[in-house]
Write a protein that binds this ligand. Structure first.
Ligand SMILES: [Zn+2]
Length: 464
């Protein structure tokens, strides 16, 4: 069955490639198996792995520096535990991080020079000193992501790639441009330009606003005004459940945010703002409104990304000012188990994606990959069922917010066009799937068998 190529209106191409290219340790059953696996990655400048759990090891102990030294004494190795709060490094990485027997402990974390194990805040001692990716690394990450995207039937994305590594943004632009010139990168990318005030000024002065390089287009400014619900850093108007003094974290003051928004808006550049908490959404909407009051732009493509706790009053404001919503139904996959513990009864006013759609906001679907899998069928399944694929026992979250199949497709196709600056779906970008849609359960099995971009077959399952 033929469908148009999917558009994902917010993800991280470079981040997806980086995470996927690193060594997945989630299935490792022993330290011996780990050593065998890592042995195959010794051609890399650094070996980064994630997902180990000593409970799954036959040895029932943590990985130590000695284990990793056996793999290599010359290549730095960093192995992060499944929780993300513990990691082990080898001697070479300790050396790069400038850590020896005499190094002082840091507050809020601990490390051992003898075992090479780091926890909590001490992780920064390693993460800050890991070598930056080389040009060749960036290419590998981008091509890894490209392959995953086309295998999943994605042909266009809006992607945030400038903030993942502390590298000059022009290096990222040039690397992507070069890959297109060599016809190695297939998906079409609209960059969600994630830059702070100073670098944004530089970007504007160099004439990059709305510039296109073939399939690569400079899109809106991307701003993050808060954190996440899981990490209790999403900015709420009322405290988190059971924590009367914690309302989360706002990244900017109102004035700072306005200055940044206005700098973009007044230069004809759109703005998309990551806002998860209700206080964050309100702050973001107000900054956009205040800027639009002055610039009077009518044809803007401004949007809120996530909008998880955006309430009815705020949705009405978004409608009035034509601010779009880029949402991730698949976030319920993980969030369904934490929402109540974070916000209690306020959950009735959260993840109101269908309400936004019905009121007439331009609601675009995205996955925020690598945060959630990029598979559009799983995302549509989440939108239609409002259940967790991982934990179906947890039930349906707000029945009335379910989408119909056709509505979900509209959010993936027609509505997402606005976020990649297109008026029409290209008939030269399409996919073939292995079965017709026959109810939401069929989405869990649906596979892409062919992906075509600009008339060229870029993925063919038969030939893999
Ligand atoms: Zn994101």
């Amino acid at each position: 069955m033929k469908l148009p190529g999917f558009i994902d209106s917010h993800l991280h191409v470079l981040g997806l490639g980086y995470v996927s290219y690193n060594v997945d340790l989630t299935e490792i059953k022993s330290i011996e198996e780990l050593k065998e696996k890592l042995d195959k990655f010794k051609d890399r400048g650094i070996i980064i792995g994630r997902g180990w759990n000593q409970e799954n090891f036959t040895e029932k102990r943590m990985i130590t520096k000695c284990d990793l030294n056996e793999i290599s004494k010359d290549i730095p190795i960093v192995m992060t535990r499944v929780c993300g709060h513990v990691l082990t490094v080898n001697e070479k990485m300790l050396e790069l991080a400038g850590i020896d027997k005499f190094t002082q402990q840091v507050s809020g974390g601990s490390f051992s020079y003898e075992t090479g194990i780091f926890t909590e805040h001490a992780l920064g001692l390693i993460y800050d000193k890991m070598p930056l990716p080389t040009e060749a690394d960036l290419v590998k990450y981008l091509l890894t992501a490209d392959k995953i995207l086309i295998e999943n039937g994605i042909t266009s994305v809006a992607s945030d790639d400038f903030a993942i590594f502390p590298l000059p943004y022009e290096q990222i632009i040039n690397t992507i441009k070069k890959l297109y010139e060599q016809n190695l990168l297939h998906i079409k990318i609209t960059e969600q330009v994630n830059l702070g005030y100073k670098r944004l000024k530089d970007f504007i002065s160099k004439g990059y606003v709305n510039k296109s390089f073939g399939k690569y287009r400079m899109g809106p400014l991307k701003i993050l005004v808060d954190g996440s619900l899981g990490g209790k850093t999403a900015k709420l108007s009322q405290p988190y459940e059971g924590e009367p003094s914690n309302t989360g974290i706002a990244t900017y003051t109102d004035d700072e945010l306005f200055d940044l928004v206005y700098l973009a808006d007044s230069n004809g550049m759109d703005v998309v703002i990551h806002a998860i908490g209700d206080a964050a959404s309100l702050q973001a909407i107000k900054a956009l409104m205040n800027s639009l009051e002055i610039t009077k732009r009518k044809d803007h493509h401004h949007a809120i990304i996530h909008a998880q706790l955006t309430n009815l009053e705020q949705i009405a404001m978004m409608k009035e000012w034509n601010i779009g919503a880029i949402v991730q139904p698949i976030f319920l996959n993980s969030d369904i188990q934490i929402i109540e513990s974070r916000i209690g009864s306020r959950q009735k006013e959260s993840y109101l994606f269908k309400t936004m759609y019905d009121i007439g906001l331009t609601v675009g679907f995205s996955t925020d990959a690598p945060i959630e899998p990029v598979n559009p069928f799983l995302n549509i399944y989440s939108a239609m069922t409002r259940t967790s694929i991982k934990n179906p026992d947890l039930g349906v979250f707000l029945e009335k917010e379910k989408f119909e199949y056709d509505e979900a497709l509209e959010c993936y196709y027609k509505n997402n066009l606005r976020f990649i600056y297109q008026d029409l779906l290209s008939s030269d970008d399409y996919i073939i799937v292995d079965r017709p849609f026959s109810g939401s359960e069929s989405l869990l099995k649906m596979k892409v068998v062919k992906t075509v971009i600009d008339g060229e077959t870029v993925f063919d399952a038969m030939k893999e």
